[in-house]
Design a protein. Structure first.
Length: 614
């Protein structure tokens, strides 16, 4: 009979322990605390101490410890011996096999017998243990247990049975709802809220090392939805989530922010270079994996931006903002992975000042256009020029486009800047035409200007205002601008083509233009990127790419302009391959309009100079 009563008392003790876990532990200790290596947040530690002390004063416990699965101590009450920092191996192994077990504890200083209850603690309700809670109760479970102590067990158990059971069930439902609130329903990853909830662990680690946030955006994901449907897109996102989780450490947090955007919180990194290595391994890992959706094999590529804690930002919102800026630059340049720097950030103090000055420069004629000539390779005749904007800054001198164009693109200032460049270029071309030198002028159009505004209307208005015929204006767009919104870009280009505007696809060979799209895209010429032209006589691969692009363009009935021609040998080789036009330092550097007039008046045809040199 005593054995039966004792077993019943032990069960009641277990219920008491579960109630204590619900009342104190679950309110203060998270999955991140148990899976990390840092101390608890100071605020959570204070609350935990307070709750345990309340339970102690009510006589419900003598002590409470929370252990990580590796046996290290996360939390202990104030009476815990300072030298006990690891859960003994015997208890740790037993806890791994049994979700709940009890054993006799050491008597208190006053001689009171105790019982130690060990419970597996599932912090995120995923069915697996995240840690072990040890609770020391004020009673004895030894074989010589007295009838009075058994009564104490039963009384304590019955007193908390109804309240405890309801509290445990209510708390479990709350934890399940909380877990669902932190989880992305499509992929099972954490969500934006889960990332924000991880912020305290960053602050706790700030004195011990750095952390980093990697923001990932899938390239050309929209085409998957448009071609295969949204169900296929969802299936792809779920596969990507699994791969991302496999490519990082268990201590790192992978979340889906929305759409095709994911974030990886690297909780501890050895150096900034280490974060870049992880980002590159993730981007490369996605590219190497085979993703199959509806029987279609898909190639997944991603762009990644990196922001570091605490150097770039001290909270998750700031890290996301800066990683987003870096990611946009990675997508714009095709670099794959870009770490954040203040040079990329229009919200940096220096950049904000420069941005304000740029607005002033657009309105007060501090910008100028330089013109770089393009010549026919057969005749070396200059029939067109490219207008390139420069900023005559009052303190920094002459600034190249790279110093301010990216900032303008990020802030929306690119629209008035494009309008200014277009107006100035057309005015100058109209002056040349009136002087008997009908040079066509080319203007670069950013991705935002291509589909983010009414570009055809802006062009028509500018041509009417300056009196320039449409055939003397050429617009240069990049592959990136087209692929960002193929349908929208095509509609704009068709409108421009109807007006009579020539369009060139700039930096060709560095992007991902679909061949099917290229066959129908209303463009008139391709500009082969200088990366393939400059070294085409020395690098066999560059030469092969340049020749292939030339052949491809001609098969589509397009003219070809070679950028970056710097030597007469490259000029001659391009002419032999049938390239129509070239520009580069061998012909001339960009120069102001008066200097170009003088240069045109006294230049010697390049074909003659090449022939005489040979």
């Amino acid at each position: 009979m005593t054995d039966t009563i004792e077993l019943r008392a032990l069960r009641e003790a277990g219920l008491t322990a579960q109630t204590i876990v619900a009342m104190a532990v679950e309110q203060n200790i998270s999955e991140e605390d148990l899976n990390g290596t840092a101390l608890m947040a100071p605020s959570a530690m204070v609350h935990m101490d307070r709750d345990v002390e309340v339970l102690r004063k009510r006589g419900l416990l003598h002590g409470l410890e929370v252990w990580r699965l590796d046996g290290t101590l996360l939390f202990a009450d104030t009476g815990h011996p300072s030298e006990e920092t690891r859960l003994p191996a015997r208890e740790r192994l037993k806890a791994a096999k049994q979700p709940t077990f009890t054993q006799p504890g050491d008597p208190t200083d006053r001689g009171t017998d105790t019982l130690e209850v060990f419970l597996a603690y599932d912090a995120d309700d995923d069915g697996s243990s995240d840690g072990v809670v040890e609770i020391v109760l004020p009673a004895s479970a030894r074989a010589d247990v007295t009838h009075d102590v058994v009564k104490l067990y039963i009384a304590l158990g019955l007193a908390t049975l109804l309240v405890g059971t309801a509290l445990v069930q209510t708390n479990r439902r709350a934890r399940i709802r909380q877990a669902e609130a932190l989880r992305d329903p499509l992929t099972g990853l954490g969500n934006r809220l889960a990332l924000r909830r991880a912020e305290p662990s960053l602050r706790d680690r700030s004195s011990r090392g750095q952390a980093a946030l990697i923001l990932l955006d899938l390239d050309r994901f929209k085409s998957v939805n448009d071609t295969l449907g949204h169900q296929a897109g969802d299936a792809l996102l779920a596969q990507v989530a699994e791969v991302l989780t496999s490519l990082v450490r268990p201590t790192d947090l992978v979340v889906r922010l929305g759409g095709d955007e994911f974030a990886i919180l690297l909780r501890c990194i050895a150096s900034p270079e280490a974060a870049i290595e992880v980002a590159r391994s993730v981007v490369d890992g996605l590219h190497r994996r085979a993703f199959t959706v509806q029987g279609v094999l898909l190639d997944v590529q991603a762009s990644a931006g990196i922001a570091r804690f605490p150097d770039d930002a001290t909270d998750t919102a700031g890290l996301l903002q800066r990683a987003d800026i870096a990611m946009y630059d990675a997508k714009r340049t095709g670099a794959g992975v870009v770490p954040y720097s203040a040079d990329l950030d229009p919200h940096d103090v220096d950049q904000l000042q420069l941005l304000a000055e740029l607005r002033h420069a657009v309105d007060h004629d501090e910008l100028v256009l330089h013109y770089q000539p393009k010549a026919e390779l057969d005749s070396s005749e200059v029939l067109s020029v490219e207008g390139l904007v420069r900023w005559v800054h009052p303190r920094h001198g002459l600034l190249q486009p790279g110093a301010f164009i990216p900032m303008a693109e990020l802030t929306g200032l690119i629209q008035p800047l494009t309008a200014w460049v277009l107006d100035q270029a057309c005015r100058q071309a109209a002056l040349w035409r009136a002087a008997g030198r009908p040079l066509a002028v080319a203007v670069n159009i950013s991705p935002r200007s291509l589909v983010g505004g009414d570009l055809p209307a802006m062009v028509l208005e500018t041509l009417a205002r300056t009196g320039l015929p449409a055939h003397l204006l050429e617009l240069e767009i990049t592959e990136t601008a087209v692929m960002a919104d193929p349908a929208g870009a095509t509609a704009v280009l068709e409108h421009l083509d109807a007006i009579g505007i020539r369009v060139s696809l700039d930096d060709f060979g560095t992007g991902y233009t679909s061949m099917a799209l290229l066959a129908t895209l209303p463009v008139h010429a391709l500009k082969i990127d200088r990366a393939f032209i400059t070294g085409m006589l020395g690098a066999q691969q560059d030469a092969a790419v340049a020749e292939s692009l030339l052949t491809l363009a001609h098969r589509f009935g397009l003219q070809v302009v070679a950028e970056g021609v710097e030597t007469p040998d490259v000029w001659e080789r391009l002419r032999e391959l049938g390239c129509e036009q070239a520009q580069g330092f061998h012909l001339a550097r960009p120069m102001p309009a008066p200097d170009l007039d003088a240069w045109l008046s006294q230049r010697t045809p390049l074909r003659t100079s090449v022939a005489s040199a040979s």
